[in-house]
Design a protein around this ligand. Structure first.
Ligand SMILES: C[S@@+](CC[C@H](N)C(=O)[O-])C[C@H]1O[C@@H](n2cnc3c(N)ncnc32)[C@H](O)[C@@H]1O
Length: 289
């Protein structure tokens, strides 16, 4: 494995966040030290050829001038550093645990543990966009007497949100992703959490989801994809359904909100919409009345 690490100008933070999120799962990660304001772009690659290709790609998108000579062999401590990056975290009664941190007595803590092996898929729960979905799902559905027949996870990545949906009580859970690697990783994560489960993962694009079929749809995909498919997403919800849209940067949220409001009006639907925010990221919660 090889590593490339480069400081980048903080003025590119939002643009880079958008680019990397869109390319998910991406070999690059952004690390912003909020105290020193130093922004680092780090990439982990299988070999030199892959590293050079990815450096070229990112240099073409933004004038970062990442130096090909910065490719270095990973030392043994990297694996440890990588694992340190994914620490267990808790939201209310739920604990999200990297598989390598699994402990025999986890279940005695009174928390529901969800084990995730991120592999190459997006969704350890450490990213703000995933956390926003998790917090909204728990706040809206956990221990509430809402209908929980059908749940759809659009762009399931590691499968983390589908797994949580089953735990908060949904009877039928479908996770779709247009990337086959995400489906393989989701199925692997399912096996880490349940001996048997009715969750279905399918390689499928957002534009094939069925109309009027779900009590809840969660889609953590970038804003332009959400807006392109706003009509289909709205039509796929049952009456009184809930939708959580995430993967939206601060400056995009008004446009996404307007686009979905337009679709609601076109489809003669009335809804309450709320925004939740974490750092530069926003999520929308749309509840049909
Ligand atoms: C940011 S990840 C979200 C992963 C996970 N749901 C989470 O919240 O952590 C977005 C996922 O959407 C998938 N995706 C992107 N465009 C899609 C489309 N048009 N149809 C289905 N999946 C799509 C990507 O492959 C990626 O796995």
């Amino acid at each position: 494995m090889l590593k490339v690490s480069s400081t980048v100008n903080q003025k590119y933070l939002l643009e880079l966040e958008g680019i990397l999120f869109e390319a998910a799962p991406s070999p690059w990660s952004l690390i912003l030290n909020r105290k020193t304001k130093i922004l680092m772009l780090e990439g982990i690659f299988e070999n030199k050829e892959q590293a050079e290709k990815e450096i070229q790609k990112i240099n073409e998108l933004l004038p970062l001038n990442i130096d090909q000579n910065k490719i270095g062999n990973l030392d043994e401590s990297w694996e440890k550093a990588y694992k340190n990056h994914f620490q267990p975290w808790i939201y209310k009664d739920f604990k999200f645990v990297p598989e390598w941190e699994r402990k025999p007595l986890d279940q005695n803590t009174g928390l529901s543990c969800i084990y995730i092996d991120p592999g190459m898929a997006f969704g350890t729960g450490t990213h703000e966009t995933t956390r926003l979905c998790i917090e909204l799902m728990v706040d809206i559905f956990y221990q509430k007497s809402l209908s929980k027949d059908h749940f759809l996870d659009v762009g399931c990545g590691s499968g983390i949100l589908s797994i949580l949906a089953q735990i908060v009580g949904f009877q039928n859970v479908l996770g779709i992703d247009n990337d086959g690697k995400a489906i393989i990783n989701s199925e692997h994560n399912l096996s880490l959490n349940f001996e048997s489960s009715k969750i279905n993962f399918m390689k499928k694009c957002i534009n094939t989801i069925e109309e009027n079929s779900f009590n809840c749809i969660v889609a953590n995909i970038q804003a332009d994809v959400l807006m392109t498919h706003s009509d289909r997403l709205i039509r796929s919800l049952y009456k009184n359904g809930n939708m959580i849209l995430s993967g939206i940067l601060d400056y995009e949220v008004d446009e996404v909100s307007r686009t979905f409001q337009k679709q609601l009006t076109t489809n003669n639907l009335d809804a309450t919409t709320q925004t939740r925010k974490k750092n530069e990221w926003c999520a929308l919660h749309i509840e049909l009345n």
